[in-house]
Design a protein around this ligand. Structure first.
Ligand code: MSK
Length: 653
């Protein structure tokens, strides 16, 4: 019996989550007859034709479905092959994801420009040192210039990167290793302007334009690189400039961070601009007094999705959970206001909020939700808007019913490892460097490094793949870094703490003990995957592990992805030379030509791959094999006799 036949026969109900807090709230929803993403996923069977890339709905001659006997040979009415259709679907998904991340980055650049011109309320430049470093990377002269003039020049250069007027190549292409830059130039993959690549992807995938699958997918890679080394990287750098570069801090994660006796306000979405101000407003003594005057013990702020990561890593604000927790938080009955901006916000929130007292507040001029209260955020009145929102939450406290059920589960965590901090942590203040990491990879204490990132998807058991892979990899002496909702998963399950070195392999544990770091590092939000690109470049630059990212014993895994942004991230990592494995399902699995190009074809061209494998054990095996292959190619695969760290070695580290 084939794997898929076996799966069809297996009718064992799948667990919805491995998180006890989630299970408690799912039960509560079921008993109350409330619809959630967990119930709707059972009611909505995924279309098997669309699920594997066999349906083209790009024009009104179709939709064309390439199914049935000889499907691989069939074409659409226009003559488009399965390969062309799959490549177009993939390229459009990447463009969608890049547009989302990059629009986020553009808004941060606009905020920085407004700060420089004194047009905003509440924001300042929190990390001037980083501003100067960014200016230097952008080749912007700083000598004798006022801070605000430097900020204006940096913000303008960033905006030019979006507009495509910064030059022939995006500015941050120069951050990649030289060999990587050559590969991109050789194959015409170097991004020219963020908007330009997105537009060109949409143009080339329109009916009757680009009809060569490999050529379309090259544009997919170029567009994704405009995200990873453009929009998202700018978003990360400029957020650090404006709001501060993260340093490790402690916090907690999961629904148990909500407080029964306080006004609970949740910030959810992606952009840090408004949430930064909400943090300030929630700590305002006048508003705290106002909350007390309404009978609450105080104001409790928590986060969901990547906004949660932004305020977690800069302020220690606890995440109430990841993507699949947004409805569950409302179901506790304890949330006075859920404040959302853009991306990953379920439309089902408002009808659910109406069944409780929760006020859903939209804030972005780009995103309205029917029925929700819209309080539009603009930088000029940032703090006033944030205070108005917090006040609305406080006023709503009186409407909370008696039926509150907060699941008492939290995980302790350490978050906020920026690439600057990792550098400092490894090398110390005066010798900040990645040398100790490189040396420990070379000597085999650390076998390699894997990024476990991305979302939750209700088609698979929440957090299961993420937690399994994190645990198994650190046991095998692989350092794990995390971003996005995958990082929240590890936070909820207690994996982001130094104590986790107890389950790590001997080698990794020794390094973690010597440096004093957890074996699983929280690096931030989805746009902060760009930090991983920066780290990989710096590791290459440090020397001893080849001369390109594709030489490193590293991989990326996105076990529970659900959206286009994840595909954009996976593609830019692959186009940067990383082996990337996604779980869940292959969105173009029926298009053999595309599957082959994204694996073998990209391996040959850019030294990275984007592959899909729903079985977590197989993912583990694939990734470990890749790490060992790379170690062998570097000549560092031989088992060396383990020498324990003595005091001198510790001092050296
Ligand atoms: S929020 S994109 S569910 S990681 Fe960045 Fe989480 Fe995925 Fe949204």
């Amino acid at each position: 019996m084939s794997d898929s036949e076996e799966k069809k026969k297996d009718k064992t109900p799948r667990a919805k989550s491995i998180d006890p807090a989630a299970l408690e709230m799912i039960d509560r929803a079921e008993s109350a007859g409330l619809s959630t993403v967990f119930s709707r996923v059972d009611e909505m069977k995924a279309c098997p034709i669309g699920a594997a890339g066999s349906c083209c709905s790009l024009c009104a001659m179709g939709p064309c479905r390439l199914v049935g006997k000889g499907a691989e040979e069939k074409t659409g009415i226009c003559g488009a092959t399965h390969g062309t259709i799959g490549a177009r679907l993939m390229a459009r998904a990447i463009a969608g994801g890049v547009a989302a991340h990059s629009d986020h980055g553009r808004d941060i650049a606009r905020t920085l420009l407004a700060v420089a011109k004194g047009h905003v309320q509440g924001f300042t430049i929190k990390d001037p040192d980083k501003l100067y470093r960014v200016a230097e990377m952008m080749d912007i002269a700083t000598e004798g210039k006022e801070l605000n003039d430097v900020a204006a020049a940096v913000a303008q250069r960033a905006l030019d990167n979006f507009n495509g007027t910064a030059g022939d190549e995006l500015t941050y292409v120069n951050r990649a290793p030289g060999k990587r830059q050559e590969i991109w130039r050789k194959y015409g993959l170097t991004p020219r302007g963020v908007d330009r690549e997105v537009v060109e992807s949409m143009h080339r995938t329109h009916v009757g334009v680009d009809q060569d699958a490999e050529h379309i997918l090259d544009q997919g890679m170029r567009t994704s690189l405009a995200d990873g080394w453009g929009g998202a990287m700018l978003a990360t750098d400029l957020s650090d400039v404006l709001f501060g570069t993260p340093k490790p801090l402690i916090s907690q994660a999961n629904l148990g961070v909500l407080k029964e006796d306080q006004v609970n306000i949740i910030v959810h979405g992606h952009e840090p601009t408004l949430s930064e101000m909400i943090v300030a407003a929630s700590q305002d003594p006048e508003l705290i007094e106002y909350a007390k005057s309404k009978g609450a013990a105080g104001i409790n702020l928590a986060g969901i999705c990547c906004t949660a990561n932004e305020v977690l890593m800069r302020h220690g604000i606890p995440p109430a959970g990841n993507f699949l927790h947004q409805e569950l938080a409302i179901i506790t009955g304890a949330v006075e206001a859920m404040v959302v901006d853009v991306q990953c916000v379920l439309q089902a929130l408002q009808p659910l909020a109406e069944k409780f007292h929760t006020k859903l507040i939209t804030t972005s001029p780009k995103a309205k939700i029917p029925g929700a209260t819209h309080v539009e955020f603009d930088e000029e009145h940032a703090l006033d808007t944030a205070k108005e929102i917090v006040r609305m939450g406080i006023d709503n406290y009186a409407n909370r019913g008696g039926d509150v059920a907060i699941p008492q589960y939290t995980g302790d965590l350490v978050a906020g490892f920026s690439h600057e901090y990792i550098n400092y942590m490894l090398g110390g203040k005066y010798r900040a460097s990645f040398r100790p990491l490189n040396d420990n990879i070379i000597n085999g204490r650390i076998q390699g490094a894997v990024a476990i990132v991305g979302c939750n998807n209700p088609r698979v058991t929440q957090d299961e793949g993420i937690i399994y892979l994190v645990r198994e990899l650190i046991k095998r002496d692989v350092l794990v870094v995390q971003t996005g909702c995958a990082a929240h998963a590890s936070g909820k399950h207690g994996l982001l703490v130094p104590e986790m070195m107890e389950i790590a392999g001997d080698g990794l544990r020794e390094v973690c003990e010597a440096v004093g770091m957890p074996p699983v590092l929280h690096l931030g939000s989805c746009v902060d995957n760009s930090r991983i690109m920066t780290i990989l470049s710096q590791v290459v630059e440090e020397g001893g592990l080849g001369d390109d990212i594709s030489d490193l014993p590293v991989a990326g895994i996105c076990p529970e992805y659900y959206c286009e942004k994840a595909l954009a991230i996976g593609t830019y990592a692959a186009a940067s030379g990383v082996y990337v494995v996604f779980g869940v399902r292959n969105p173009v699995g029926d298009c053999t030509e595309v599957v082959d190009i994204m694996s073998g074809g990209w391996e040959e061209k850019v030294g990275g791959q984007l592959v899909f494998e729903p079985d977590y054990e197989k993912i583990l095996e694939m990734v470990m094999n890749r790490i060992q292959e790379k170690r062998k190619a570097l000549g560092i695969h031989e088992e060396k006799e383990r020498v324990l760290f003595d005091m001198a070695a510790r001092r050296e580290l």
